[in-house]
Design a protein around this ligand. Structure first.
Ligand code: HPA
Length: 266
């Protein structure tokens, strides 16, 4: 961690990020538009390279709407074969760099039959269905408690702020429960049925490990899902990563506006 931080600091000088953002599949454009300092993941000591199409793999620093922001353009997924310690490493790095708030975004499948593709969902709560937990192992007491409270992973105040921003910008926002499965397969219709029964509104392969670690470290956290497709069985057609990226593309304009307004008001 010391090496990672030392390297990043050598690139950013006295830039002190206040807000961290993880940009999900197809949502990385914000980091192209606001980019004062760009550090490719591959240059950062102890950062692995991102391997997924639609995830560029840069750490980007910029002033955005008056706030100092650090953006993860791309993230590390469990399904890539990274251990949870690697999946959540960037969140720890951003915390060490001084952020107080983190905005986690992702592309997800809509399990709630009322959700339309390309809509946005504020994550109210999550279900960790990845079969593991990023906090398994010795606890670093300097970062958080051994048994952290998860009754409000996604900060209520930030969720309310997001809804205010949505109203102001005329962007309809859903709110619901996100369930994380490991992937990389999309779900079967029977699995979608199961997660619906469990109370999920959206299903995806990321965010939950990062949110757990963020909450554990006391970061204010908000999650936004781009509902890129109806999950398997909800719609009559099959799924493809191409469709997911195409629908993320359609939602991108709203998504960017919402995130920018949120940053302005945090
Ligand atoms: N399932 C899981 N992850 C996803 C989906 C989905 O349908 N769409 C985008 N990410």
């Amino acid at each position: 961690m010391e090496k990672t931080i030392e390297y990043i600091k050598s690139k950013i000088g006295d830039f002190n990020p206040e807000i961290g953002i993880v940009l999900g599949s197809g949502l990385g454009e914000l980091a192209d538009e606001y980019c004062e300092i760009k550090i490719p993941f591959k240059d950062i000591p102890n950062f692995p390279e991102s391997t997924v199409k639609g995830h560029s793999g840069n750490l980007v620093f910029s002033k955005v709407n008056g706030k100092n922001v650090v953006m993860m353009q791309g993230r590390f997924h469990f399904y890539e074969g990274h251990p949870m310690s690697v999946v959540t490493y960037p969140i720890k790095v951003m915390k060490k760099l001084g952020i107080e708030t983190v905005i986690l975004t992702n592309a997800a499948g809509g399990v709630n039959p009322y959700f339309k593709p390309s809509s946005l969902m504020i994550i109210k709560d999550h279900i960790n269905f990845m079969g593991t937990n990023p906090l398994i192992g010795p606890n670093d007491d300097s970062l958080g408690d051994r048994f952290p409270d998860m009754s409000e992973v996604y900060t209520k105040e930030l969720r309310e702020l997001a809804h205010e921003c949505g109203k102001k910008l005329n962007i309809p926002l859903e709110e619901g429960v996100y369930i994380a499965l490991t992937g990389p397969t999309y779900e079967t219709p029977a699995e979608v049925n199961m997660v619906r029964t469990l109370g999920a509104d959206a299903v995806g392969m990321s965010t939950v490990p990062e949110a757990i670690v963020a909450r554990w470290m006391g970061l204010k956290t908000i999650g936004i899902s781009c509902i890129c497709n109806s999950a398997a069985g909800i719609s009559t057609v099959g799924l493809s990563h191409k469709e997911v990226l195409e629908n993320a593309e359609k939602a991108k304009v709203y998504f960017k506006k919402l995130v920018l307004e949120l940053i302005k008001n945090i």
